[in-house]
Design a binder for this molecule. Structure first.
Ligand code: F6P
Length: 319
């Protein structure tokens, strides 16, 4: 393998730069040329390459966002778009590609692999919604960012004796809500993976008040419902003073946690080793505690769920 490319794709996630750095430096260490592709598959289709050197990734391990920029690319979901991307790679003499992104990005990576470019995916998304993966790059930082916000919300919730509904990201997955809800001491956690009733949420709020609680936090995963709707319902059906906070894209920014930097560094270096060993069509991952690789097909067909024991534990502790 003479020349590889690296790109970040889909929603950005803290730790993507650490992954790009690890890919770049490991490749150079092995004498392989590296180029970065800007703006994910959109940039691939238009050939937005940038030469990567040891220096181009200096001072990036601690930076949030992605120095390569990122995009969600609809045209690359079509066979024509994929063929165009393949040709661009061929013309640039690129034999291997590392894609850092989520499930959608892996589908693009798999298409390129089937067309003949050796391709490895790295799980990079705050949502933690990828199967066969203990944690995605960016998840830990997003949870820590959200917890910091919840702690601040708790201060004002206590002062005003209010009920707060806090909506977190996660797309269709409840992982962020579960971890933040448990770590933030929420009264109720609403996630798409577990049906809930508003009567039950209200019952828990009233139970808290009955034992002298002056404030409450309800954590809502965006996939379970809109914080605004839930807040409105609670205000209309209880006598409590309710406020709603939607944390939004703040959860995607900021310096990656040490855990995300370590994970991204391990996976980035391993992705290059997989390519050098002739592997393709796989995700590099830490799964059940082991550094390993899993076929994209297996990743796509494996049903995943967050650790629902956290949900049960949070319920017990919120009694
Ligand atoms: O996948 C990451 C994520 O932040 C999701 O949690 C959220 O649903 C989505 O991206 C938001 O996308 P956008 O940045 O395009 O609004």
């Amino acid at each position: 393998m003479q020349k590889i490319a690296v790109m970040t794709s889909g929603g950005d996630a803290p730790g993507m730069n650490a992954a790009v750095r690890a890919v770049t430096r490991t490749a150079i260490y092995h004498g392989v040329e590296v180029v970065g592709i800007r703006r994910g598959f959109t940039g691939l289709m238009s050939g937005e390459f940038v030469d990567m050197t040891l220096g181009s990734v200096a001072d990036t391990i601690q930076r949030g966002g992605t120095i390569l920029y990122t995009a969600r690319c609809e045209p690359f979901k079509t066979p024509e778009g994929q063929q165009q991307g393949f040709q661009v790679l061929q013309e640039a003499g690129i034999d291997g590609l590392v894609v850092v992104g989520g499930d959608g990005s892996f589908r693009g990576a798999q298409a390129l692999s089937k067309l003949g470019v050796k391709t490895i995916g790295l799980p990079g998304t705050i949502d933690n919604d990828i199967a066969c993966c203990d944690a995605t790059i960016g998840f830990d930082t997003a949870v820590n960012t959200a917890i910091e916000a919840i702690d601040k919300i708790r201060d004002t919730a206590t002062s005003h004796e209010r009920t707060y509904v806090v909506e977190v990201m996660g797309r269709n997955a409840g992982d962020i809500a579960l971890h933040v809800g448990l770590a933030g001491g929420a009264e109720s956690i609403l996630v798409p993976e577990r049906p809930f009733s508003m009567d039950d949420v209200i019952r828990k709020l009233e139970r808290g008040v009955a034992r002298g609680k002056k404030h409450s936090i309800i954590l809502v995963a965006e996939g379970a419902g809109r914080g605004m709707d839930i807040g409105k319902y609670l205000a209309e059906h209880t006598g409590f003073e309710v406020r709603v906070t939607v944390l939004g894209h703040i959860q995607r920014g900021g310096a990656p946690s040490a855990k995300d930097r370590v994970l991204a560094s391990q996976l980035g270096a391993y992705a290059v080793e997989l390519l050098l060993n002739g592997e393709s069509g796989k995700m590099a991952t830490i799964y059940q505690g082991a550094l390993t690789s899993v076929d994209f097909d297996t990743v796509f067909s494996t049903k995943r769920e967050p650790d629902m024991s956290l949900y049960d534990l949070a319920e017990t502790l919120a009694i």
